[in-house]
Design a protein around this ligand. Structure first.
Ligand code: AMP
Ligand code: MG
Length: 443
């Protein structure tokens, strides 16, 4: 396991006081490691989990050549490009009930979608292409080619080949695919456990009486939602007041029980509180100023429950998933509600996906035409809240939600994505293409 200092030495031009967004992700990718414990779960329980090993298909799907249409199956060798064909119907093949007889030259079998193709037959003429007179089916010239409307054995999946790859997150389609293979259970990585709490003496919990200068905690709720969407186990440690004993208790509990800790507040430069002091005391932590908006301050590192005062250390009991040298990864996010969500989406989410064992961690970006001129200074990454829609010509367009203040949480509610204005990018003119990160499934 590398120390923060070793990771920093590997990154070109690392400066904690001026980090680019890309460098942050590079740093985090080197800091975190995937969980290793594996458990077998049933298909319904596997939704959202990460596959620990490739799933090799025990069968071919479909298991036989079969018909893709309701119609008549015949030997396509009889087809001539410019001549109609007349065939005699000698039987019927149903889905789940194969035709057992033999089919000779000039003959065909009435066949239903999904029915096994009788031996020697390779082509299906859809019913609507034919004219039927008694036992005779007439096929006009030029409507078919040999092999049409037949699904081949193993076309979806061949027995012995990987059906799903280790490191993929199991979605609804993968659940269905597993079921189609007759697989009852799959090996998945254990769920990641993430503890979170809000800090700040001015932060009220719901139920507390409002008082001057105080605001209700919203960060715990947005973080809860973002983590739940990721499918991790959450441990909510509440609002922790700015007192060394309370902060120490929260950090050490989180370090004993969780893989990662997310805090909000108390990491900005010149912040006169105990949060930063406690992070330093209990861990190997870097305090960053990121060239981004919103977001800027962030603390990152590892927190250990064993750095407690000697008298208390004996009492530390780790969760059964961890050894006594366990350290939790710390993401100390800024306090502003929008900054919390943006830093989560830009940095924490990809890092947590990596810890969950996922191989695809980066959210894809789409291109949309800006409906507004946007002011942007090169030298920092900006994440503006955007409303993406489809323009009259069918392309994507995006406008901002208006006030982009980092405390305006309403902007995150109204937006359906973030406009990502990259580090070196300057002003955007109306009609310029910009990158957007859609919220779908994340927010
Ligand atoms: P800080 O990063 O601690 O300086 O906080 C920046 C701003 O975010 C301040 O206006 C805080 O009051 C606000 N803030 C901090 N934590 C929260 C929270 N949990 N919920 C809502 N606002 C917060
Ligand atoms: Mg504060």
């Amino acid at each position: 396991m590398k120390t923060l200092e070793q990771i920093a030495a590997e990154l070109q031009g690392y400066d904690p006081k001026a980090l680019g967004a890309a460098q942050v992700n590079e740093f985090l990718a080197r800091l975190v490691e995937p969980v290793t414990a594996v458990e077998d779960v049933g298909i319904f329980q596997s939704l959202g989990r990460v596959l620990a090993r490739d799933v090799v298909s025990p069968v071919s799907v479909p298991p036989h050549d079969n018909s893709a249409m309701d119609g008549y199956a015949f030997d396509g060798a009889a087809l001539r490009p410019d001549a109609p064909l007349a065939l005699t119907v000698v039987g019927t093949a149903l889905a789940g009930k194969a035709w057992q007889g033999r089919v000779g030259p000039g003959e065909c079998v009435k066949i239903m979608t999904g029915a096994i193709m009788p031996p020697g037959l390779d082509t299906v003429v859809p019913q609507e292409f034919t004219r039927v007179e008694g036992d005779t089916v007439h096929i006009p010239a030029g409507v078919l080619q040999r092999g049409d409307n037949r699904r081949l054995l193993g076309e979806d999946l061949m027995a012995g080949r990987p059906a799903l790859a280790a490191g993929s997150r199991i979605g609804p389609a993968a659940c269905g695919l597993l079921a189609s293979l007759g697989v009852a259970t799959v090996p998945v990585l254990r769920r990641l456990r993430v503890a979170y709490f809000s800090t700040g003496d001015e932060i009220l919990s719901i139920g507390e009486a409002p008082r001057e200068g105080a605001v209700y905690d919203s960060n715990r709720y947005t973080v809860f939602g973002l983590l739940t969407r990721l499918g991790v186990e959450v441990l909510d440690l509440g609002v922790v007041r700015d007192e060394p004993t309370l902060l120490e208790a929260a950090f050490t509990r989180a370090a004993r029980e969780a893989d990662a800790i997310i805090t909000s507040g108390g990491v900005s430069v010149g912040e006169a509180d105990f949060t930063k002091t406690m992070m330093k005391q209990l861990g190997d932590v870097a305090f960053w100023r990121i060239a981004m908006r919103p977001g800027r301050p962030m603390a990152v590192g590892r927190i250990s429950a064993m750095k407690l005062a000697d008298t208390q250390r004996e009492k530390v009991v780790f969760s059964s998933d961890f050894g006594s040298n366990h350290e939790a990864i710390l993401f100390g996010l800024p306090g502003n509600p929008v900054a919390v969500m943006v830093t989560f989406l830009a940095f924490v989410r990809p890092a947590l996906l990596r810890m969950m064992g996922c191989t695809a961690c980066a959210q894809p970006l789409l291109k949309a035409h800006s409906q507004e001129a946007l002011r942007k200074k090169p030298g920092r990454t900006e994440y503006q809240r955007g409303i993406v829609s489809t323009a009259a010509d069918g392309t994507l367009q995006v406008r901002t939600t208006g006030n982009q203040g980092s405390g305006v949480l309403r902007s995150m509610v109204e937006a359906n994505g973030l406009i990502v204005l990259h580090h070196d990018q300057g002003n955007v003119a109306v009609g310029d293409a910009v990158d957007v990160m859609m919220f779908d499934g994340m927010v």
